[in-house]
Design a protein around this ligand. Structure first.
Ligand code: ADP
Ligand code: MG
Length: 333
């Protein structure tokens, strides 16, 4: 079991309110991602759940039981950090065994759990190595292994992939998702990277300045961002935001349209000049200047598009894909 419920949870450091009172329920077995810009309170919120910080007000319930004052070790949660914090002089096996040794798990049971974790993480052949003899990705897997053997009610990850290079990050992202599918244990995962959030989460919690901006599945947030902040944060490249006359015509202060919802079309109503064209092979992202709508519009075209810097281009937005926002930045239904 591993349901985590936050009720009016708030946190201040001195007189600085870092987490505003918020409600959130993470269901048993769910993969929940906290995402938001640096400094928005993601780590603090995770540390409150872990018990590494005391809540200033509100309550945290784990499987229905008030855990607000329960010390971290008694919450049944296991945390994995960005820095793996492995013991360099211990083998992988001993590193993974460490938390079980501390809590007095019998030797035979330790062995069983180490082998199961090593198998789940493809570390079986590395159990007798020391961390210095492993790659960054393998070290992060050892850190995850150390969490798995505790058989926690939930895993708490704080930007576990930030220290890895881009290719490894993609690989580990998949591994953690697969691990979740197999273990079916609740995972709460903090990242500033919206691509990680989109690709891994069952449920995304978008945070800004200690507030929850929106909660939903990746596609719910992508299709129906509640406000301009979420619209701009979720999706890469970002949604185009247009103010002024073009927005007023739609009865909005701002309209938003994603790069894949603008087509290069000979008789399209929007006209401009191609600035940078980013060729990714599969797609080309055109940055179109001089439309008078926004400084630059990003348009997703095919990989083979023949347009280049300085070419005149006409664009057609897909009307049914236009998002409308009012002057306060909230979505207009
Ligand atoms: P994130 O993980 O989203 O980058 P954090 O949760 O680390 O953000 O921090 C949120 C805010 O709380 C930041 O403004 C940070 O400076 C502040 N903060 C975090 N920990 C402390 C602390 N121990 N004392 C004072 N301020 C803190
Ligand atoms: Mg952080």
């Amino acid at each position: 079991m591993g349901q985590i419920a936050l009720e009016q949870v708030a946190k201040s450091f001195g007189d600085v309110n870092v987490i505003q009172p918020l409600d959130l329920t993470i269901e048993d077995g769910e993969f929940c991602v906290f995402v938001g810009p640096s400094g928005c309170g993601k780590s603090t919120l995770l540390r409150l759940i872990a018990g590494l910080e005391d809540i200033t007000s509100g309550a945290i319930r784990i499987d229905g039981v008030d855990a607000s004052d329960t010390p971290p070790a008694k919450r049944g949660l296991a945390m994995v950090f960005q820095s793996y914090a492995l013991y360099p002089h211990m083998t992988v096996r001993k590193n993974i065994a460490f938390p079980m040794k501390m809590s007095g798990v019998p030797e035979a049971e330790q062995k069983r759990r180490i082998e199961a974790a090593a198998k789940a993480l493809n570390l079986t052949d590395y159990l007798d190595r020391r961390p210095g003899q492993l790659s960054g990705g393998q070290r992060q897997r050892v850190a995850i292994g150390r969490a798995i053997v505790r058989e926690p009610a939930a895993f708490l990850f704080d930007e576990p992939l930030s220290n890895l290079d881009a290719a490894l990050r993609v690989g580990m992202r998949l591994e953690i998702s697969e691990l979740h599918k197999r273990l079916k244990t609740t995972m709460v995962y903090v990242t500033h990277d919206q691509v990680e959030a989109m690709t891994m989460a069952d449920k995304i919690v978008v945070l800004r300045a200690g507030n929850i901006e929106q909660i939903g599945s990746p596609l719910e947030l992508y299709r129906n961002p509640r406000n301009l902040f979420v619209a701009g944060f979720i999706g890469s490249p970002r949604m185009n935001l247009i103010e002024g006359n073009a927005a007023a015509q739609h009865g909005a202060a701002t309209i938003g349209i994603r790069p894949e919802h603008i087509e290069v079309a000979e008789n399209g109503p929007w006209r401009g000049t191609v600035g940078v064209a980013e060729h990714l092979g599969s797609d080309t992202f055109l940055h179109v200047l001089g439309t008078g709508l926004a400084e630059s519009l990003t348009v997703r075209a095919t990989g083979e598009v023949g347009l280049r810097f300085g070419d005149a281009v006409a664009l057609a937005p897909r009307e049914d894909q236009i998002h409308r926002f009012d002057a306060s930045g909230m979505r207009i239904a």
